[in-house]
Design a protein around this ligand. Structure first.
Ligand SMILES: Cc1cc2nc3c(=O)[nH]c(=O)nc-3n(C[C@H](O)[C@H](O)[C@H](O)COP(=O)(O)O)c2cc1C
Length: 217
């Protein structure tokens, strides 16, 4: 069974999706190939991947959805023949911690699988990953082990392990005490600082509430 992993981040091999891919591949005895959507012509890549038994997308969530480069590529994909028994899976990571914000993307991926006549392996969701490249090994240990195990089980069974998917989805939604803590942290301005810093560094902080598409058709 042939598998191709597609990195759907506009940052290509310099982003966090790459870290997720490397951990997944670590679990495989014979690591599969990886292609970077951002570096390829979408039509050529769609033609290239169509013969693979399984396509695994590893991508970030940008504005609650997939990055534009990934969307443009997906639009070039053609459905497989139903008799070919091909499959597709998704590993999505993002900055916001709650898995609930991924539900629309997850629903889309599930119906995309049907449109492409590929069996749906599932969508692995991991929030709170924006700083995964700078986190200490203590903080990433559990996540990396889970991704490695996911890769290992995938190689053996050609499925995504359901218990790992469920575990990585935590926290699904902040409620009760955890919600109170998040509200408190938000009030301190610490969260905004993380978003504001790069805007200030790039001299565009005063434009942070701009709505460039408002009023345009
Ligand atoms: C423009 C932009 C929009 C983003 N939107 C979201 C979002 O809607 N939800 C989320 O959880 N993270 C969001 N993030 C955070 C990224 O998903 C996160 O940093 C991710 O790890 C980036 O992966 P990459 O380095 O592979 O591109 C956004 C980041 C950027 C730069």
């Amino acid at each position: 069974m042939s598998t191709i992993i597609l990195n759907g981040s506009p940052k290509g091999n310099n982003g966090n999706s790459e870290i997720f891919i490397n951990q997944f591949l670590k679990g495989m005895k014979i690591p599969c190939d990886v292609k970077y959507i951002v570096k390829e012509n979408p039509k050529t890549l769609a033609e290239y991947v169509k013969d693979f038994d399984t396509i695994i997308f590893v991508l970030p969530l940008y504005i609650h959805s997939m990055p534009g480069v990934t969307m443009r590529f997906i639009e070039c994909l053609e459905p497989a023949e139903p008799s070919e028994n091909k499959s597709i899976g998704f590993i999505v990571q993002g900055g916001f911690p709650e898995a609930s914000q991924y539900k629309y993307a997850e629903r889309y991926f599930s119906s995309l699988s049907k449109e492409l006549n590929r069996a749906y392996l599932g969508t692995v969701i991991k929030g709170g990953s924006a700083n995964v490249s700078t986190m200490s090994s203590f903080m990433t240990k559990k996540l990396f082990k889970s991704l490695e195990r996911l890769g290992e089980i995938y190689e053996q069974t050609h499925t995504f392990d359901k218990s790992i998917i469920e575990d990585l989805k935590n926290p699904r939604e902040f409620t009760g005490f955890s919600l109170k803590i998040m509200k408190f942290i938000t009030k301190t301005g610490l969260i905004n600082q993380m978003w504001d810093k790069p805007l200030k560094q790039n001299g565009v902080f005063d434009k942070n509430l701009d709505k460039p598409f408002l009023g345009k058709n």
